[in-house]
Design a protein. Structure first.
Length: 297
């Protein structure tokens, strides 16, 4: 599933084609994706101008001139294909099963815009979805109500980490994946951040706050490396795992910088470390870590 850096890559790729343009045609190949499309979906989009395109956690949000917001989620295999007015074809973020590339039978939604751009949503597994909600109600809509802070926003700090995790016995990795605390973090980048911070994935989350609730040195370090890892991944265009590519057709390159993720049995890349990357399963997900760099406490 695309994580925050991949979704941000998609947003940046779509922005030039969408923002400032009006929907001139909407073609729906089916009435539903993961969930049914909103009532009168095409009619509510027709003629509306895209005022802005933003990201919230792993969601894309297009603000429309109607006062509604179009929420889009890529699910596990969703992708957007763009044909610009001059005929250039872009794929601003792809994450789909090998062998399914270019299969038009999975083209479920097609948008045409006043600037000549055509955008197609393709989804092999059909776990993605689209919704329309009043823009004024975004924070309280069913998708975002109770959602945690943005890890790339100004809120993330050692103090925030200590406040969110204080008193929690939950393993640190599970706490970082809890979207009610910090929104948008996924398995790949949590594994990478914990390794850089030197924290064992099973460390109780509450250990990052002292008895008075103040952040420990580890809390401050973790907040710092989360931001660093995500920023580096966005700059690299995300990570290619199965078949992910960004706007100019090249694939995301951050997977070449993985220090632990999917490197079970290989030598740790940390300077001076002679440890080996291990894998364990937490809540049904693979966790990769170095026993030497990330000792259990």
């Amino acid at each position: 599933m695309p994580e925050l850096p991949e979704v941000e890559t998609v947003r940046r790729g779509l922005e030039p084609a969408l923002v400032g343009a009006r929907f001139t045609d909407i073609h729906l190949a089916r009435p539903s994706l993961r969930f049914p499309l909103p009532e009168r979906f095409a009619a509510r989009l027709a003629g509306q101008r895209v005022e802005a395109l933003s990201r919230r956690a792993k969601y894309l949000v297009a603000d429309l001139s109607s006062g509604e917001a179009l929420i889009m989620h890529l699910g596990m295999s969703g992708r957007f294909d763009v044909v610009l007015a001059d005929g250039r074809q872009l794929s601003p973020g792809e994450f789909y099963l090998e062998g399914a590339q270019g299969q038009s039978k999975h083209d479920h939604v097609r948008f045409a815009f006043s600037n000549g751009a055509r955008v197609t949503y393709n989804d092999v597994r059909r776990f993605g979805f689209m919704d329309l909600v009043p823009a004024a109600d975004l924070a309280t809509c069913r998708h975002f109500a109770g959602m945690g802070i943005e890890p790339l926003g100004n809120e993330l700090s050692g103090e925030t980490v200590a406040r969110l995790f204080r008193g929690r016995r939950t393993p640190l990795k599970a706490a970082l994946l809890d979207q009610r605390l910090i929104a948008g973090l996924g398995n790949i980048y949590v594994c990478e951040a914990l390794h850089r911070a030197g924290l064992h994935p099973e460390t109780p989350a509450g250990a990052l706050a002292d008895a008075a609730g103040r952040p420990t040195r580890a809390a401050k370090r973790l907040a710092e490396v989360i931001r660093d890892v995500l920023t580096e991944a966005v700059a690299a265009g995300g990570s290619t795992l199965r078949d992910y590519a960004h706007t100019d057709g090249t694939r995301g390159a951050f997977q070449h910088r993985f220090r632990v993720y999917d490197r079970e049995g290989l030598a740790c890349t940390a300077r001076g470390c002679r440890g080996v990357v291990r894998r364990m399963v937490q809540s049904g997900r693979s966790t990769f870590y170095c026993e030497t760099c990330q000792p259990a406490r």
